[in-house]
Design a binder for this molecule. Sequence first.
Ligand code: NAP
Length: 244
Amino acid sequence: MDFKDKVVVITGAARGIGRQIAFDFAKRGAKVALFDLDQEQLESTKKELADITECQAYPVDVTNAQQLADTIDKVIDNFSKIDILVNNAGITKDSLALRLSETDWDKVLEINLKGAFLTSKVVLKKMLKQRSGKIVNISSIIGIVGNPGQSNYSASKAGLIGLTKSLSKEVGPRGINVNAVAPGYIETKMTESLPDKVKEEMLKRISLKRFGSTENVASTVLFLSSELADYITGQVVVVDGGMI
Ligand code: NAP
């Protein structure tokens, strides 16, 4: 897969899966625009990437429509176009539904689902003019099968699948592909705090008997963003080692 001269925007790119996606695109020649809240981590990721490719870091909150519009304008000023968008920014605020506060429900839905909608909306305006583009949304197997204690997260990730499918139908006629990746258990900061007992139980349910790596998710995102996947749209690719 060659992404020479392609411009990629990745949200939540400062660390974890987003950071890995940025590196893997960079290694294959893409120019990368990193979006994240965490300015310090963003700068450190940018520094590492700058040795490999042309890269810019943009502190931006994906729930802020005006900030997104201004930032996408900056990306266009800098790179002239956007070929690929990866909606990766996401959070968890876990609690059983009866104890889950309205604030934690709203926060998770706002970042994970509305954030992807708002970012896609601004980027699509540019892609529609170009009559080409690829969008990949990072969902989760929890959005497909659910999980006790994650009703907010599960609803947001199921919502992302609905968003993916509807958008793919709206923009497909203009040559834009929209797909989702649903990772299982991937070793990142998001999962490191889970109790050992929960991790052991999960491992039992994974056919391949190991947790996933950020590389496993990134390679699927790159495939869906490449010419190899030109005839794939509206799909959800599960990357979970056989867990569901
Ligand atoms: P992570 O290490 O927590 O990274 C998420 C990144 O998103 C962080 O850098 C975070 O910045 C950023 N972010 C949070 N809110 C944001 C906002 N409003 N605007 C911009 N950036 C924001 O998580 P990860 O494990 O890499 O997960 C990445 C994606 O994969 C998420 O959507 C997650 O739901 C999904 N996923 C992960 C797993 C897994 O097992 N790890 C499994 C399935 C799906 P701050 O540090 O400043 O908050």
